[in-house]
Design a protein around this ligand. Sequence first.
Ligand SMILES: [Zn+2]
Length: 297
Amino acid sequence: MQLPVVNHPDYVAKINDDNKFPIKKFGALAKHLLKKKIITKFHIPKECSIETMQTSHSLEYINQIKNKTLNIKLQKKIGFPINDSVVRRSFVATGGTVLTSKLALDSRLACNTAGGSHHATFNFGAGYCVFNDVAVAANYLKNKGYAKKILILDLDVHQGNGNSEIFKNDKDVFTFSMHCTSNYPAKKSKSDMDIELKEYMEDTEYLNILNYNLKKLNELNFDFVFYIAGVDVHHDDRLGKLKLTDEGIENRDKLVIENYFIKRVPLCGVLGGGYNRNFDKLIELHSKLHKSCANFI
Ligand SMILES: [Zn+2]
């Protein structure tokens, strides 16, 4: 069986070349996955509907994005200009994670080639995140009755503060964030479980902490997992302050995927952040998620 992977050409929004966000990575990753024969085809998502989007965002905010009326101050908080292409991307990438989560129900593992916009919260976006795709997909699964006890396992170097805010009063969706204390956001939110890591942490210590916490999480018996596999934990990342190697990231992904695969808990993998100094390395690092999942399935 081939790993279901979701991609849309419109994931690559048109933003100025001087924007610090490596938007071209989504197209390059799709090419890389085909070239390396990790998969041979993609599942193509549709734009997320307003109705589904509203499970996690206010209608006012959704309309501000859709109609491109978001004020400049809030656009700056996001870090993208809200133009037609960014609007399209935001709706289609969210639809992408919803589709990925549905595919994971059948195949136990499925991945998006975008997603993990974990700083976006109910009324606004932030930190390169317009809509919180994982929150929308988690609420979608819950409302449809496809999953009852959902874990958001967030290993991006930045805290998943959007998810902890959106689900702070929701007992059915458990937010776990393991991140570097000194990385963005300066003011952390409160997840159901936060693991704060000190700067410059390396592979062995990181993987030991992760392994210990996965065992603790296993006591909670989730029936669906969203895995935000940010590669900004890498030692050569422009933003992240941890020091994981290529091998460390590969072992991290394997540890997570295996943990849920052997328990037959469906896992939806999304990219999360990655801002490596070397663009080709960035693509290779992001592809480790898909490669590891493909090896299990
Ligand atoms: Zn990040």
